[in-house]
Design a protein around this ligand. Structure first.
Ligand SMILES: [Zn+2]
Length: 353
């Protein structure tokens, strides 16, 4: 399994996030990726390189799943933030006002001149700091996703896009949940564009992959499946319920498997089996796995109880789908264990594939 790692990831290093009325240190830190990289160097699965993709091809791949207005916002967001106040150069950009899109007549069609308002227009939480290096890091992650998709479309059994910030909470025109560009969606679309007729996305992060669901919600050619903490109590709260089955042509092509906080490996694995059956019934010819390791018992912001020793079997179960597979790196905030848990899963996949 080739791994494409993002050389620009450390440029995205938020200082603090807003959590229930106070500023707390960011959970999504550069060390997360460094631990996975170190473990892959200790237990190699294949080549470990930065992505080498054409810049124009990358722009095209990103624009296939994200809106032009949002991408233009992201590209200049840091400069616009500092232009508001030169002292902002020392502070991360976080939103503090939102338009409640689609509710009560608040307008989201008019682009505000005020950057603080624009930041709110394109965000759904205040836990995702935007920093000087965010855009370069996010683009680097998209490049990893594209390179991984190209490797798999070219015949590789699997590939791993190892990047941060993560991506599965980012939608066509919004950031949130530490995510800016949706790497899993970029990989899925790139696989479609390379000729795979039916692509399934099976999200195993603790949190619902709301961004990916939104991007593909009205499409029948990409099945989105997510098993996650029940949004009635767990982030991202406002999406991820079992009755969200897709819309329009996409009706029946989204499957959510919410599980109660505290769920252990046995019930989680049963949900994974249900998810894999849906992938099989769909007739997918390629698979994208947004790989979050925040299902781990020691995760500081999540609530399942999987153990380090469980992940190899999860990888083997995913390999059982028998599909060319792209993994993207998503959550996992027990920093000391995230490398071991990620490589356990990937190694389990590779052994069984
Ligand atoms: Zn997560």
């Amino acid at each position: 399994m080739k791994t494409f790692h993002n050389p620009h990831h450390a440029g995205h290093a938020g200082q603090q996030e807003m959590f229930r009325g106070r500023m707390v240190p960011c959970h999504e830190v550069p060390a997360r990726l460094d631990f996975v990289l170190a473990e892959l160097q200790r237990r190699p699965l294949g080549t470990l390189t930065p992505p080498a993709v054409d810049a124009a091809a990358l722009d095209t791949a990103i624009a296939r799943v994200h809106d032009a207005r949002y991408l233009a916002f992201l590209a200049t967001a840091w400069d616009d933030w500092v232009a508001m106040d030169p002292a902002n150069a020392q502070r991360d950009a976080l939103p503090s006002v939102w338009p409640l899109a689609n509710r009560h007549g608040f307008r989201n069609d008019v682009l505000p001149h005020n950057f603080a308002a624009r930041l709110g227009l394109f965000s759904f939480d205040s836990g995702s700091p935007l920093t000087a290096g965010t855009w370069a890091a996010a683009r680097g992650g998209a490049a990893c996703a594209l390179a991984a998709a190209q490797a798999v479309a070219g015949g590789d059994r699997s590939a791993f896009a190892l990047s941060r910030p993560p991506g599965h909470h980012a939608g066509p025109d919004f950031l949130g949940g530490y995510c800016f560009l949706n790497n899993a969606a970029i990989a899925a679309q790139a696989l479609r564009d390379a000729g795979h007729a039916k692509v399934a996305v099976l999200d195993v992060d603790y949190h619902h992959g709301n961004g990916t669901q939104t991007i593909f919600y009205e499409r029948a050619d990409v099945l989105t499946v997510s098993l996650h903490g029940d949004p009635a109590t767990e982030y991202p709260f406002f999406l991820g319920h079992a009755d969200e089955r897709g819309a329009g042509a996409g009706t029946g092509f989204n499957l959510n498997l919410p599980l109660p906080r505290g769920t252990g490996v046995q019930a989680w694995r049963a949900a994974l089996d249900t998810a894999l059956r849906a992938v099989s019934d769909f007739g997918a010819d390629a698979l994208v796995v947004p790989l979050g390791l925040d299902t781990f018992e020691g995760d500081p912001i999540s609530g399942f109880t999987l153990q380090t020793g469980d992940y190899a079997a999860v990888g083997a179960a995913l390999a059982g789908a028998g599909l060319p597979t792209v993994f993207t790196f998503e959550g996992g905030y027990a920093v000391d264990e995230v490398g071991t848990n990620a490589v356990n899963l990937l190694e389990g996949f590779q052994r069984a594939a």
